[in-house]
Design a protein around this ligand. Structure first.
Ligand code: CMP
Length: 139
């Protein structure tokens, strides 16, 4: 079923000029980039985006990392896009990521792991709405 998911190309990747290489992996996996914008996240946006992790010891560092340089926020579309993108990203910790995945190819460590992808279809809709208006998404 055609579905949408939310993606962020994180500061560690934009700083190393990897946006195009990551987009190539996404597109080669059959996902379509139907909306995309490069932004500097505000601290409020990052705190809200990751508020489910507010009690975790790494929350402060996570927020600071996400606002340290520009990010590219994206909407991806395709068959089972949420689960498909999670496969394409690989495990959160790049040491555990499978060969050929974005995190295996590009991530530096668990905190600088190059990309974020929604972990459920419900969260995808919430995350997309935080950064895009319906009319900005052209499928
Ligand atoms: P992401 O998919 O963006 O969702 C939450 C993020 O928290 C995750 O990717 C990691 O970058 C980060 N994260 C998870 N565990 C740790 C950890 N132990 N230390 C630092 N950052 C972490």
């Amino acid at each position: 079923m055609t579905e949408r998911t939310f993606s962020i190309i994180k500061p560690d990747a934009t700083k190393r000029n990897l946006t195009g290489k990551i987009n190539a992996v996404i597109e080669d996996a059959g996902l379509r980039i139907v909306a995309q914008r490069r932004i500097k996240m505000t601290q409020d946006q990052a705190k809200k985006f990751y508020e489910v992790h507010a009690e975790r010891p790494f929350y402060g560092e996570l927020v600071e990392t996400m606002i340290s340089a520009p990010v590219v926020v994206q909407v991806l579309e395709g068959d089972n896009a949420m689960a498909r993108y999670r496969e394409v990203m690989g495990a959160t910790n790049p040491e555990q990521a499978a060969e050929g995945t974005i995190r295996k190819l590009f991530a530096l460590n668990v905190g600088e792991n190059s990309v974020h992808g929604s972990d459920s279809v419900e969260n995808a809709a919430i995350e997309i709405a935080q950064f895009f208006k319906d009319e900005d998404i052209v499928g």
